[in-house]
Design a protein. Structure first.
Length: 476
């Protein structure tokens, strides 16, 4: 397939037309020969019965009045070849003596002997010829012959051959459709192969797998497209490799920085605690200084711990450590651990497990605990005194869903867009008085994804915050 696609398309079109015309000619010629050989044997031509009329008329004139007897029917019937001529024999008053014609083609005696006699007329879809039976005394009766001018068939073989002939006349259209389907399928198959290769290559890139090759090297538009795609792959591989290396270096640098900060912060905390224990009442101002140092050292240590945990999450080789838990008991313990903080702010803290949620599940309990701790601590921090925090648990066939809602200030438009970004601190309405690292929801998102789920944030109808996360169900 080295020709350009436009040339291939034209070539395919010409092939379809040529093959269709050739097949149609062969089919029509074959059907015509078979039909010709079957004429007057299996297929009667349109004038087959009309050609018998002169012979029948001569027979009627010869037999004359003897045909007015019922015994004459046998001889008259023997003169008719085939079953395409119907007859009636009438007397001089127009009464039918015998015959095979079901309906009378005349309305009265006068109509018969005035309008039909010795004439060829068309009535009731049939050609009518009436032969008088005469003697010296006058007309004694008549023989009415009825027939149609159209092809007829002697047997089933004739019907089949005639049907084949008619179909052969339509064969150009049938062959055109048939060969269009066949050749277009072949043409589409030749086009689809490189397209499928490109589609699989795109999927590989989506999966960040650049170790593949496109084995298509034809000298046409698709070949050049595959070649350009291969060049793009190489450039992308070089660029992404550089980016992935930089990202890995950043993760390692963050982990190293957090580790290096951990030791001096631990010393600051230890010495500030020791100084606070030994302070003298007269040194009240010094105590305040020490408390400020100790408080900020604790915050910094917490920031460092979050940075370390984030760096661990971003490592690809970190696996999940699952265990079996009783979900209701586990949630009850997690909620209970925050009751004291909730009571100090007069906040109502509750949870609800809906029907269908399994009692026992296998889950990464450490990850689930960190997610709930992040969400509950945030809600407690941002919910005003007298507010309410609810945890609702539901399930479908594949996942378990946790919804944490509060009656705080909720998320603004900027929060809804950026809350899951690393180090995003959010709007003042949900900012802490002492500041935070902006890693809480980022960690929640990473953990939920590692557990086979997702996380979404929104606002309730009352204006409070709503966080929905889920993980894959592993039932027992």
């Amino acid at each position: 397939m080295k020709r350009p696609l436009a040339v291939q398309f034209r070539h395919t079109f010409i092939q379809i037309v040529v093959v269709s015309v050739f097949a149609s000619i062969v089919t029509i010629m074959l059907s015509s020969v078979l039909t010709f050989l079957s004429l007057n044997k299996d297929i009667y031509p349109a004038d087959y019965y009309e050609d018998q009329i002169p012979g029948i008329v001569s027979y009627v004139q010869k037999e004359n009045v003897s045909l007015l007897e019922v015994s004459g029917q046998k001889g008259l019937a023997a003169m008719i070849k085939g079953n395409g001529i119907w007859y009636q024999v009438t007397d001089q008053d127009g009464n039918v003596i015998y015959g095979t014609l079901a309906e009378q083609p005349y309305t009265s005696k006068e109509d018969l002997f005035t309008n039909l006699l010795d004439k060829k007329v068309l009535r009731n879809g049939c050609y009518i010829e009436t032969v008088p039976i005469e003697q010296e005394q006058g007309i004694r009766g008549a023989v009415i012959l009825a027939y149609k001018i159209k092809p007829t068939f002697a047997n089933m073989k004739g019907k089949i051959l005639f049907a084949f002939f008619i179909c052969s006349l339509l064969s150009p259209f049938l062959y055109l459709i048939l060969f269009t389907l066949l050749f277009s399928r072949k043409f589409a198959g030749e086009i689809n192969r490189p397209l499928e290769l490109l589609s699989m290559a795109s999927q590989k890139i989506k999966e960040k797998d650049l170790d593949f090759s496109i084995n298509y090297h034809e000298d046409n538009e698709l070949g050049r497209l595959c070649e350009a795609f291969t060049e793009m792959q190489e450039e992308l591989k070089e660029s992404l490799t550089s980016q992935w290396e930089m990202e890995q270096e950043r993760i390692e640098m963050t982990a190293a920085l957090a580790h290096d900060l951990k030791s001096p912060l631990s010393l600051i905390l230890a010495y500030s605690e020791a100084l606070l224990e030994d302070y003298q009442e007269k040194d009240g101002e010094l105590k305040n200084y020490l408390m400020v140092i100790h408080e900020n050292a604790e915050k910094s240590a917490d920031f460092v711990r979050q940075m370390q945990y984030t760096a661990e999450l971003e490592k690809k080789d970190k696996g999940a450590d699952t265990e079996r838990i009783n979900l209701e008991k586990y949630l009850s313990q997690r909620i209970q651990s925050y009751h004291l903080q909730a009571q100090q702010k007069s906040i109502e803290l509750s949870f609800c497990i809906n029907d269908g949620v399994p009692d026992q599940i296998i889950v990464d309990a450490e990850a689930l605990t960190r997610i709930l701790d992040n969400l509950l601590s945030n809600s407690l921090e941002h919910t005003p005194a007298g507010g309410r925090i609810e945890v609702n648990v539901s399930t479908d066939k594949e996942k378990i869903y946790y919804t944490v809602t509060d009656t705080g200030a909720g998320f603004d438009a900027k929060d809804l867009k950026n809350a899951f970004h690393k180090f995003y601190r959010g709007d003042e309405s949900r900012d802490t008085s002492g500041g935070h690292a902006g890693l809480g929801l980022y960690i929640v998102k990473k953990l939920a994804e590692q557990m086979g789920g997702t996380v979404q944030i929104s606002n309730t109808s009352e204006g409070g915050a709503c966080v929905l996360f889920c993980h894959t169900v592993i039932r027992l």
